[in-house]
Design a protein around this ligand. Structure first.
Ligand code: F0G
Length: 488
């Protein structure tokens, strides 16, 4: 393994643990904070679903980091040299070179975003009765696997469900349970094992290199493929460097190559991994490439653009190279670690240790008086928006579908995700997020539950509408007004 000295973190003389930004701002966008009365109206208009709010009514948009990370000057400048061509574009050649450099994979198939890659992989490998063992599902991954007749088997470690933990790798896959699953379901029914880097729905939690090595061993023993969802791979690599014995002096580039080298197929969302648009599937195995590639012109676009504007292909190529720059990748996890530390000091339940993507507040504990069937995570997001103008995302029971009997599938974790898009917000804005969350925690008994009034059969959290079970939103806004006076 290549060992080179890499960028050190700057320490403060005063001993404070404060994340220091290694970038400066060149272009800014104005945002505004509308009054609490308008926020109350806006969340009603949005059917108490934060996806249905519009940005005019939002102060800090912490819905997601997907497509909202700040781009670098290098990425933007590369867009100007985009080689516009339907087929054979030089921009695609540069993208291929980046994929080879970062993931060590020579065959690459572009797709319009991450879930498009999931669609193609599921269409190629998943059949009626297939079982896919994974460290945890992601919403769109699950939908595509199920639409092809397969099911997902989540085999996370026991630590993954402990909210307050010091376990560094809550995204690990449980090896004993994996062996048992292969015995129970038969390797012929397992088209691949899926490993998700910085496991999104577990709170952005990484797996360790050692865990991946063990998964590889099991896969080799049974002749199974490993598919890596690399949408948040830079952060997973960074956390391996921070937390795993033997990796402190390794470059992110070498860690990424080692991870990718153990996986047969790597796919990713460009919107997340490289602050651009698009996505891709890559592999070193020609037979896999041949099996999937004909689907690209059917569902995405020609093999050299995959439904992505060519300039975005350039941005993705550049963004991928930046994924191995520690000063780029550590910005969001640094802010998240700061938030987690400060919120924990205030006694507010958050997923610990901090991971990638966002700070995850445990709505189950925060609003322990609200039963899961009344969507505590959804309620917390609506309440928090009303009192702060900050938009988070529900990652709990609302994000699950219903079972065959029409009952809610209760989530393992009821989370309010406050995403921290890379290099977008400032530390004083983060302080505001913490401050308002603290106020809400002191007033949490004012928050009540929600129920659906309009509910799509699949991925209902995106466009479903809800209503409060009592008039708690108005009472909450009233209390806010009486505590904060004329402050927005
Ligand atoms: N895999 C993971 C781990 C993701 O986090 C996402 C998207 C996808 C696949 C799908 O990629 O959006 O480009 O189609 N996550 C976003 C989020 C939507 O907000 O967490 P996509």
């Amino acid at each position: 393994m290549e060992k080179i000295s890499t960028k050190a973190t700057v320490r403060f003389f005063n001993g404070k643990d404060i994340p220091l930004e290694m970038h400066k701002v060149k272009i800014v966008q104005s945002i505004s904070l509308v009054p609490v009365e308008r926020r109350l109206e806006a969340i009603r208009e949005a059917g108490f679903n934060s996806f249905l709010l519009t940005t005019n009514d939002i102060f800090l948009d912490m819905l997601t980091d997907s497509g909202t990370n700040a781009q670098s000057d290098a990425q933007v400048s590369k867009m100007f040299i985009a080689d516009e061509a339907y087929a054979g574009s030089q921009s695609f050649t540069r993208f291929q070179e980046s994929v080879l450099q970062v993931f060590g994979k020579k065959y690459v198939m572009p797709a319009h975003q991450g879930r498009a890659a999931e669609h193609l992989l599921s269409k190629t490998f998943v059949k009626e009765g297939s079982v896919i063992p994974t460290n945890y599902h992601f919403t769109t991954t699950l939908a595509h696997i199920q639409l092809c007749g397969g099911r997902v088997l989540e085999i996370y470690t026991d630590e993954a469900m402990k909210v307050k933990s010091s376990f560094p790798f809550k995204g690990n896959l449980d090896i004993e349970k994996l062996e048992k699953a292969i015995m129970d379901y038969g390797k012929e029914n397992i088209p691949f094992i899926r490993m998700e880097a910085s496991t999104n729905l577990l709170g952005g939690q990484p797996f360790s290199m050692e865990n991946l090595r063990q998964v590889r061993k099991v896969a080799d023993k049974h002749g199974l493929l490993i598919v890596l969802d690399a949408s948040l791979v830079g952060e997973n690599a960074y956390m391996i460097k921070q937390r795993e014995e033997g990796y402190r002096d390794c470059s992110l580039a070498s860690i990424l190559l080692e991870m990718s080298g153990m996986c047969d197929i790597v796919y990713f969302s460009g919107r997340k991994v490289s602050s651009s648009r698009g996505g891709a599937i890559c592999t070193n195995r020609q037979e896999i490439f041949d099996k999937i590639k004909f689907l690209i012109p059917v569902y995405e676009g020609f093999l050299t653009y995959g439904g992505i504007p060519i300039k975005e292909l350039e941005s993705m190529a550049e963004g991928l190279k930046e994924t191995v720059d520690e000063h780029v990748v550590n910005q969001s996890p640094g802010y998240i670690a700061y938030m987690v530390r400060e919120l924990d000091k205030l006694g507010i339940p958050v997923i610990m240790p901090g991971g990638a993507l966002g700070c995850h507040v445990d709505a189950g504990q925060f609003l322990s008086h609200i039963p899961q069937k009344e969507y505590p995570a959804g309620s917390l997001i609506a309440a928090y928006y009303i009192i702060s103008g900050v938009r988070g995302m529900e990652r709990g029971t609302m994000s699950n579908n219903r079972d065959v009997n029409g009952d809610d599938i209760l989530a393992d974790l009821e989370l309010m995700r406050l995403a921290v898009p890379r290099r977008v917000y400032t530390l004083s804005q983060i302080e505001y997020v913490i401050d308002r969350l603290n106020w809400l925690y002191q007033n949490r008994e004012l928050v009540g539950g929600l129920r659906f009034t309009e509910e799509p059969p699949l991925l209902r959290f995106f466009i479903g509408r809800l209503e409060p079970l009592s008039d708690w939103p108005a009472k909450l806004a009233e209390k806010y007004r009486s505590d904060f006076g004329d402050s927005l």
